[in-house]
Design a protein around this ligand. Structure first.
Ligand SMILES: C[S@@+](CC[C@H](N)C(=O)[O-])C[C@H]1O[C@@H](n2cnc3c(N)ncnc32)[C@H](O)[C@@H]1O
Length: 412
C-alpha cells in the first residue's frame, strides 16, 4: 500500500451495559492513538454501546481515512473475532467505495498479553516454572525434542479436550506454528520463551500458502528447535497434516503425530447427538463439503449417502446443495439434520431441521462457519440428550466457564 494512503484505526470493544466498561475501551483507543502515533483513531462496539462498527468506520472515513485497520480489543477469541467482526466490518466497508480495510489478530492471543498475565501470576512467591511443573506432572508423557516437528491436534475448542501429550509438548516446545481454528487459550500453555507463528487466515483475508507453512516447519526444525505444528481438531482429518508430514519426510525432518479430538466427533457430542446408536445408526461417513484443489468432488457425497449418519465439515457455503445431493442419492427429505457452530466453545450454537428445511433454518438463525453438519436419525436424540447448551454457570472440563447464550437458545 502506498505511504500516502491515509490510515484510520478502529478499536472495537464488545460493548457493555456498564458504561464504565465502554469508557475503558474509549480510553484504550485514546491511549493506543497516543502511544502509536496514529492520527485517526475511533472506538466502536460490537454490541450494546455506540458507535457501532458501521458508525465508527464511517467516522474514520469522514475524517479522511482510505484504509481502516480494525483492532478487536479484548473480544472473545472464537465467535466474535473469527466470525462476527469480519462480517460486520465487511458490511461497513461496502458502504464506502474505494476504502480498504484489514482486521488485526485478536489481542487475547497476543503473546505479550499472555506473557504479562503469566508474569503477574508467577510473581507469586515460590511458584514453580511451567517446565518444572511439566516435569513433576504424574501424567507427563513427553518433552519436545529438538529438530523434531510434532503435528499436534488442539481439539475442537474446549481446552479440557486437549490430550496430555499435546499439553506436554506445548509446555516444552521452542516454537509453535498454529492456525485459525486453534483456541487461543490453548496457546497460553506455550512457554513465554517459545516463538509463536500464526499461519491461519487473517481477518477473513489471505490464508498462508501451504508451501510457506511447510517451509517454515522445515526451517524451524533445521535451526534445531522443537516445533509443535498445532491444528484445530485432529491434524490428519481435513487438516492438511498429511501433506505437512509428506513435506517433512521429503526434507528428512523427523516428525511425530499427536491425534486430537476432531470437531467431527466433538461438535455433535456437545450438541447431544451420538453419531452411532444401536437403534438408529451403525455407520458414519465424515466428508468435506468443499472441493479442494485436485481433491475429491463434493458430488462424492452421493456415494456416501448410504452411511446412516453423515457428518460434513467445511460445508456451510454449500449447505443447500449438500442437502439436495443427499436427497437425490435416496435420503428422505424428512431425514433429521443439525448444524453445530463453534462446537464445544461456550457460545456453541445448534440449529436442527430436516434435509428439506435445514438450509432455511440455518439462514433464519444466521448461523455461519465454522460449523459441522450432521445428517441422520441420530439427530432426533438431541431432544433428550442436549446436555451442554443447557448448562448454566457450570464448570466444564479444564475450568471452562459455560453460560448459555441467548442466541444459542433462540436458535434451538
Ligand atoms: C479445515 S477443517 C479442520 C478440521 C479439523 N482438523 C478437525 O478435526 O476438527 C475446518 C472445518 O472443521 C469444522 N470445525 C472445526 N472446529 C469446529 C468447531 N469447534 N465447531 C464446529 N465446526 C468446527 C468446520 O466444518 C470447519 O469448516
Amino acid at each position: 500500500m502506498s505511504e500516502r494512503v491515509r490510515r484510520g484505526v478502529l478499536i472495537v470493544g464488545h460493548g457493555s451495559r456498564r458504561e464504565e466498561a465502554n469508557q475503558d475501551v474509549r480510553e484504550a483507543a485514546r491511549r493506543i492513538g497516543g502511544r502509536g502515533g496514529f492520527e485517526l483513531v475511533e472506538a466502536a462496539f460490537l454490541e450494546i454501546a455506540r458507535p457501532d462498527i458501521a458508525e465508527g468506520f464511517a467516522r474514520l472515513v469522514g475524517r479522511g481515512a482510505r484504509h481502516v485497520v480494525v483492532h478487536p480489543y479484548f473480544l472473545s477469541p472464537g465467535r466474535h473475532t473469527r466470525g462476527d467482526i469480519p462480517v460486520e466490518v465487511r458490511a461497513a466497508a461496502e458502504r464506502h467505495a474505494g476504502v480498504t480495510y484489514q482486521i488485526t489478530e485478536p489481542l487475547n492471543a497476543h503473546r505479550f498479553v499472555i506473557d504479562a498475565s503469566v508474569e503477574r501470576i508467577r510473581e507469586a512467591e515460590g511458584w514453580p516454572t511451567l517446565v518444572e511443573e511439566a516435569a513433576v506432572s504424574t501424567f507427563t508423557s513427553q518433552v519436545a525434542r529438538r529438530g523434531v516437528v510434532y503435528l499436534v491436534g488442539a481439539g475442537p475448542g474446549d481446552v479440557g479436550l486437549l490430550t496430555l501429550k499435546a499439553r506436554d509438548l506445548l509446555l516444552s516446545c521452542d516454537a509453535v506454528v498454529y492456525d485459525y481454528l486453534v483456541n487461543p487459550e490453548v496457546l497460553g500453555l506455550v512457554s513465554t520463551r517459545a516463538e509463536r507463528v500464526y499461519v491461519g487466515k487473517v481477518g477473513g483475508g489471505r490464508q498462508t500458502p501451504q508451501a510457506e507453512i511447510n517451509r517454515t516447519l522445515v526451517e524451524l526444525a533445521r535451526e534445531g528447535r522443537s516445533v509443535v505444528r498445532l491444528k484445530g481438531g485432529d491434524p490428519f482429518l481435513f487438516g492438511r497434516g498429511g501433506e505437512e508430514a509428506e513435506a517433512l519426510h521429503a526434507a528428512g525432518v523427523a516428525f511425530e503425530v499427536v491425534p486430537g479430538v476432531s470437531s467431527a466427533l466433538a461438535a455433535p457430542a456437545y450438541a447431544g447427538i451420538p453419531l452411532t446408536h444401536r437403534v438408529f445408526s451403525s455407520s458414519v461417513a465424515i466428508v468435506t463439503g468443499t472441493r479442494a484443489e485436485g481433491g475429491p468432488h463434493p458430488g462424492a457425497l452421493a456415494g456416501l449417502a448410504s452411511a446412516e449418519t453423515v457428518v460434513v465439515l467445511m460445508g456451510m457455503s454449500r449447505l443447500g446443495e449438500i442437502a439436495q445431493e443427499l436427497i437425490a442419492a435416496g435420503r428422505s427429505p424428512e431425514t433429521p439434520a443439525a448444524v453445530v457452530r463453534w462446537g464445544t466453545y461456550e457460545g456453541q450454537q445448534t440449529v436442527t431441521g430436516t434435509l428439506r428445511t435445514i438450509k432455511d433454518e440455518v439462514a433464519r438463525a444466521g448461523l455461519r462457519a465454522p460449523a459441522v453438519i450432521v445428517v441422520g436419525e441420530v439427530v432426533s436424540l438431541r431432544g433428550r440428550l442436549n446436555w451442554f447448551e443447557g448448562l448454566s454457570d457450570t464448570v466444564v472440563g479444564n475450568g471452562l466457564f459455560v453460560e448459555r447464550e441467548a442466541a444459542a437458545v433462540a436458535a434451538l
